[in-house]
Design a protein around this ligand. Structure first.
Ligand SMILES: Nc1ncnc2c1ncn2[C@@H]1O[C@H](COS(=O)(=O)NC(=O)[C@@H](N)CO)[C@@H](O)[C@H]1O
Length: 143
């Protein structure tokens, strides 16, 4: 799993076209989204993660919690992003991992939005620019 974490004034997206034959089904309301004062987390789920998705979910949640506490963010934007790795996991595995990360972050008390999976999206992001505003993390299952 590769993550790019951007502490932002806001992140907003708008769904454009399908990027997969069968993208995640979404409601009208999910076609656009915006959060202010947010830690945006762009995530590429990788092939290696397929060996132990649960472990990767827990490690990713721990990393996100750590960065969120450092930058004092209590909102997280989970953003599927296929361009941080050349070894992508299959879409069905990737979607499950991202949905579970979203669930676990909510359980940890964060306000969370997740951008729709399998679509091309327009997005705007306003990075805060402080020293910890741009971070990346790589997570590999130990198995
Ligand atoms: N492993 C993955 N990790 C994160 N997002 C993914 C992954 N696989 C697919 N997606 C989602 O599906 C969209 C399309 O994925 S993609 O790899 O860019 N493109 C495709 O798979 C097809 N266009 C065939 O190449 C991405 O924008 C993202 O929303």
């Amino acid at each position: 799993m590769r993550m790019l974490l951007i502490h932002s004034d806001y992140l907003e997206y708008e769904v454009k076209d399908k990027a997969l034959k069968s993208p995640e089904p979404i409601s009208e309301e999910q076609k656009k989204g915006r959060l202010e004062e947010v830690l945006a987390v762009f995530m590429s789920v990788e092939k290696a993660d397929e060996t132990n998705p649960e472990e990767v979910v827990e490690k990713a949640v721990a990393e996100i919690k750590d960065v969120a506490s450092q930058v004092k963010a209590d909102r997280i934007f989970v953003y599927p992003f296929a361009h941080l790795s050349s070894e992508l996991a299959k879409p069905d595995v990737a979607l499950k991992v991202l949905q579970r990360i979203e669930e676990r972050l909510r359980e940890e008390g964060f306000e969370v939005k997740r951008a729709p999976f399998g679509y091309y999206k327009a997005f705007r992001l306003s990075c805060k620019g402080h020293p910890l505003a741009e971070l990346s993390r790589t997570i590999v299952p130990s198995g």
